[in-house]
Write a protein that binds this ligand. Structure first.
Ligand code: PLP
Length: 427
């Protein structure tokens, strides 16, 4: 049990969950853009980022965009139009179509489904990877054989069996959008995350493994689709001297200035992954005598990028914890702990942790949406889930899991102190 009066000194500078890591040379391509006046959404940096992103992710084409969410939006549009044809103006490409979505993820994975009028159906999580459960996905296809799109996200950079997910999609004639925003550089069976989807997205947001402060890329093996996405992203201008429009457009193109930062950051991707791996392994070793486990993954097939180290407390080592929509309470108990207590403890020394991403089926806006688990299915908030008759893996991992400070600039001493304070929670 962590006591507030335990002697733990605060860090002078906050240790972040995951923050940008810049280098003396980080502005070199930005300066090039500035000095040559390529300050808009055209230029050498964008071209280079597209080349490097495609190579790194083992796909043929990458389209540089303003953020990962924009990339996912254009993924949904490409998939929707390929599946259902071009909709009339004002109607989404996925209008009223069910789409099977990863449940335990950040909402940006599936907001774009909703932008296009689609109806997310949430697929429960597997304990082995905290990714979408392939068995639950099969079950969802039994219930809704006409569904033609699956959206899969790798959580915290720890890949699940995305190959099997892809095979299930192929068997049912469905397309796969892969949200690799958190998993850049991670692999499954030696193949890059982002290369499994028919369409995929990576992100260069400030908290990701490499960053341009913002930015994202859409990934695809289709030249035609890459060109279509690029056209949409620049207001869908037709080839004419004046502004000629045949379809709705977006202002989603990557800036050549931002691209300058991203271009330089790619040189550090491998190092960042190595640093994150060291952090993960240090937590694993330091916390090995506690009733917890670290992010699970298949050690034979997955090579994570270790973006966020997280832990899951054993069921019988959980003290009582309740959460409303916005607040949490717990009752401290000897020998036990809970995410809320650990987060309080970490924060008391000026470090940043975070609860596991709250599953989508638990979000108020999706309360009435369908949720499919291996043991049952129905509306997200039915009595069966509340009474615990249906095993809800996502809710369980949310209840017991914590994301730990994983900044690659955290010192060994700082991490050791974080480990000590987590241990104190279980005393
Ligand atoms: C960060 C993130 C996104 C969104 O990327 P942005 O570049 O911030 O728009 C999408 N999905 C997941 C899983 C993410 O973590």
């Amino acid at each position: 049990m962590y006591k507030k009066n335990d002697q733990f000194e605060k860090f002078e500078n906050k240790v972040w969950l995951s923050s940008p890591t810049m280098y003396p040379d980080s502005m070199r391509y930005v300066m090039e853009a500035y000095e040559t006046n390529w300050m808009s959404t055209v230029g050498a940096n964008i071209n280079e980022v597209e080349k490097i992103a495609a190579e790194t992710s083992e796909t043929k084409y990458a389209v540089g965009l303003s953020c990962g969410t924009a990339a996912l939006h254009l993924c949904m549009k490409l998939a929707g139009e390929r599946l259902y044809g071009k909709p009339p103006v004002g109607i989404g490409a996925l209008q009223n179509k069910r789409v099977f979505c990863t449940d335990m993820t950040f909402n940006a994975t599936l907001n774009p489904v909703v932008y296009e009028g689609g109806i997310p159906v949430f697929i429960d999580t597997e304990y082995d990877s905290w990714g979408m459960d392939p068995v639950a996905l099969e079950k969802a296809f039994e219930m809704y054989p006409d569904v033609k799109l699956v959206v899969y996200a790798e959580l915290y950079g720890f890949p699940g069996n995305v190959k099997q997910i892809k095979e299930i999609c192929e068997k049912h004639g469905a397309l796969l959008v892969e949200d690799a925003a958190e998993a850049m550089g991670a692999t499954w069976e030696g193949k890059q995350c982002g290369s499994y989807g028919d369409y995929a997205a990576v992100s260069y947001n400030g908290n990701k493994i490499i960053t341009g402060s913002a930015g994202g890329c859409l990934l695809t093996n289709s030249l035609e689709d890459a060109n279509q996405a690029r056209k949409w992203s620049t207001q869908a201008r037709e080839n004419a001297a004046w502004y000629q429009n045949e379809e709705v457009g977006y202002n989603y193109r990557m800036s050549n200035v931002i691209a300058g930062v991203i271009r330089e950051q790619y040189d550090h991707l491998k190092d960042h992954i190595a640093q994150k791996k060291t952090i993960y392994e240090k937590y694993k070793e330091g916390l090995k005598n506690l009733p917890i486990m670290m992010n699970p993954f298949d050690e034979m097939k997955a090579e994570p990028n270790y973006w966020l180290s997280s832990l899951l407390i054993d069921e019988d080592a959980m003290c009582e914890q309740v959460r409303s929509e916005t607040e949490a309470l717990y009752i401290a108990e000897e020998g036990k702990s809970c995410p809320t207590e650990i987060l309080e403890a970490i924060s008391s020394i000026n470090a940043e942790g975070r609860p596991i991403w709250k599953p989508m089926h638990m979000q108020p806006m999706y309360r009435m949406h369908e949720f499919v688990t291996i043991s049952g299915s129905g509306r997200a908030k039915t009595n069966a889930y509340i009474a615990g008759e249906v095993k809800d893996v996502g809710a369980d991992v949310f209840q017991r899991g914590v994301c730990l400070p994983s900044d690659n600039k955290m010192t060994v001493e700082q991490q050791e102190k974080i480990i000590e304070i987590i241990k104190a929670c279980f005393e």
